[in-house]
Design a protein around this ligand. Sequence first.
Ligand SMILES: CC[C@H](C)[C@H](NC(=O)[C@H](C)NC(=O)[C@@H](CCSC)NC[C@@H](N)Cc1ccccc1)C(=O)O
Length: 329
Amino acid sequence: ETAQVTASPEQNDSEYLSPVTIGGQALTLDFDTGSADLWVFSNSLPSSDSAGHVTFDPSKSPTFTPYSGATWQIAYGDGSSATGSVGFDSVTIGGVTVAHQAVELADNLSGAFVQDTQNDGLLGLGFSTINTIQPQRQKTFFENIMPSLALPVFTANLQADASGTYTFGAIDTAQYSGPIHYTPIDSSAGFWQFTSPSYTIGSNGASVPCTTCSPAIADTGTSLVLLDDDVVSAYYAQVNGASQDQSQGGWVFPCSASLPGFGVAIGSGYTAMLTGQDVMYESLGGGVCYGGLQSNAGQGVQIFGDVLLRHYFAVFDGGAKRFGLAKKA
Ligand SMILES: CC[C@H](C)[C@H](NC(=O)[C@H](C)NC(=O)[C@@H](CCSC)NC[C@@H](N)Cc1ccccc1)C(=O)O
């Protein structure tokens, strides 16, 4: 079987939300290849936290079964977090159903999630080695459906300021053109992780070997491209008037500045390029702009988020354990 579902952008394309039905209840979740927990806003949250969100109410689901005593607690690189209880329910995405999917019910979460009222939770598409459910971690939606998919893959075709597509079980030739450039992934840390041995500044720039640029992960749940400090400093050194502004939380520059292109190696055979325009992220007002390339704050991993992914057709191959990018159709 195969499934397709829309991916709708929030403002600034900061994240993409997709419709999911859980126990007959419709929620919109952030599909996140950088984590492996499926958690939802639930009716056990204080109403001050859940105001504006759709909440899942297990008592209204005919198919919900509690996983009594089980708990989960997750923390994310941006400092946000969530915790709660666990059950199992029927989860349907694009017509494909997992009858017995672990569903994590938030009863406590950090402010960033509370304020993001379009987001009713996250659906992890990473590897369940990092699922946080105790006493026994549980599989992701993708891991559960993989055996019944025509192909053990999913693809992300995110768009700039437009609705995109996640596809499960097929590599839709209508969505890309030219070759898919694959690299093997190492899933041992729970991510879609690969090497990125070089970077390129300028659309005709030379590729610069980089020993601190690996590993890198493909993370649909991260808005920006978070790079090693040496790399991001080298990039903004080429932008007139650029500076690091702690109050704005990163590199800013005059909106009038011309931005060079930028590319990152996806494994050893391919460099995914962005134009200067692709790197421009948002205007902060007063002629100051915020870049889509920012520091990974020394996390030791480069995080290739939506600022990169939305310019490509991305293939996450769970069968062959590989990640690939192709030009969009
Ligand atoms: C601080 C926590 C560290 C980063 C680590 N956590 C992780 O790696 C988690 C699973 N993944 C994440 O924090 C990041 C990847 C970090 S690579 C080290 N991806 C998921 C994130 N974008 C989800 C999100 C979406 C919207 C709003 C906020 C957050 C841990 O638990 O140890």
